[in-house]
Design a protein around this ligand. Structure first.
Ligand SMILES: NC(=O)c1ccc[n+]([C@@H]2O[C@H](COP(=O)([O-])OP(=O)(O)OC[C@H]3O[C@@H](n4cnc5c(N)ncnc54)[C@H](OP(=O)(O)O)[C@@H]3O)[C@@H](O)[C@H]2O)c1
Length: 266
């Protein structure tokens, strides 16, 4: 059987296992997991009775043709040194490690290699997984991985040089937007008698509804702004303030994050 292995049962590894099995794209006997600690493996076995548990990463690599490595970037080379010697070379390695390039992965493994950037929002079946295949990829391996990740949200194929900035938006973006939601809720609480809990509910609902509106109507954000911001009205004042300040703020935020992204794999 063509099993899929997940090395690293942390935030991302557990989310992927949960998503693939809940969506039904994979069956329980098609998934094998290995992780560093017994605690994580016990949690996996308890959450998914019947799932394959490998005692070592090498054992997982012997059992699986597709291997997703979901460890932190600093740990991926250690994992590759453990698994590559027991692999035939016709397997497919899929790396989640931010900042670790295809060239580094292909230097360690001569078979098919793919970089995948997941998003935490796939836990609720939403959001975009970015996929970037290496030079050795075959059509079947590419389609299999794209199909599996399509079960937990959208999939977008990107070139490697597009990956860093796209990562900031689709994968780090939920964290950025959550920070913005906190600020909106905080400002509303400070300007009103409402509690922070109440304003957080209002802010989250408003952001969810705005995203759904844009997606369902197909309107551009500028169209929506025109609908809400009547000339001389309240929204117009706020939008003007944001348009003056936000481009500079976001350019600085992206520059700082790109610098950190580039340093991740070092
Ligand atoms: N979090 C995100 O939103 C996000 C988004 C995009 C990409 N990523 C990427 O996804 C990867 C995983 O991130 P994460 O947030 O899931 O990190 P995490 O929660 O820290 O999980 C990492 C897991 O790796 C396991 N591990 C460490 N060394 C190992 C080894 N030698 N062999 C087997 N397992 C090992 C740990 O196992 P134990 O629990 O057993 O100790 C841990 O569960 C990273 O490369 C990150 O760049 C994350």
């Amino acid at each position: 059987m063509d099993c899929l292995g997940v090395i690293g049962y942390g935030q991302m590894g557990s989310m992927l296992v949960n998503g693939f099995l809940t969506s039904g794209v994979l069956q329980i006997d098609e998934v094998v997991v290995s992780s560093k600690s017994k605690r994580s493996l016990d949690a996996c076995a308890a959450a998914w009775p019947g799932i394959g548990i490998a005692a070592t990463n090498a054992e997982l690599a012997r059992r699986c043709r597709t291997v997703i490595i979901a460890v932190r970037p600093q740990e991926i080379m250690t994992v590759l040194r453990e698994i590559v010697p027991v692999m035939d070379g016709d397997e497919h390695i899929v790396s989640l490690a931010a900042g670790v390039g295809l060239a580094d992965l292909e230097a360690a493994f001569t078979g098919s290699v793919t970089r995948v950037v997941p998003t935490v929002t796939s836990a609720v079946g939403q959001g975009t997984t970015l996929i970037c295949h290496g030079r050795q990829i075959g059509m079947n391996d590419a389609l299999r991985v794209e199909g599996i990740f399509s079960s937990i949200g959208d999939v977008v194929l990107v070139e490697e040089d597009e990956l860093p900035a796209a990562t900031l938006l689709s994968s780090c973006g939920p964290g950025l937007l959550a920070a913005i939601i906190e600020e909106l809720a905080g400002a509303t609480a400070r300007a009103s008698g409402l509690s922070p809990d109440q304003t957080l509910v209002l802010a989250t609902g408003m952001v969810t509804a705005t995203a759904a509106y844009l997606r369902e109507t197909g309107e551009a954000p500028s169209d929506l702004i025109r609908r809400v911001a009547t000339g001389g009205g309240i929204t117009e004042v706020g939008v003007q303030e944001l348009r003056q300040r936000l481009p500079g703020v976001f350019d600085e935020v992206f520059a700082a994050m790109l610098e950190r992204h580039d340093a991740m794999g070092e």
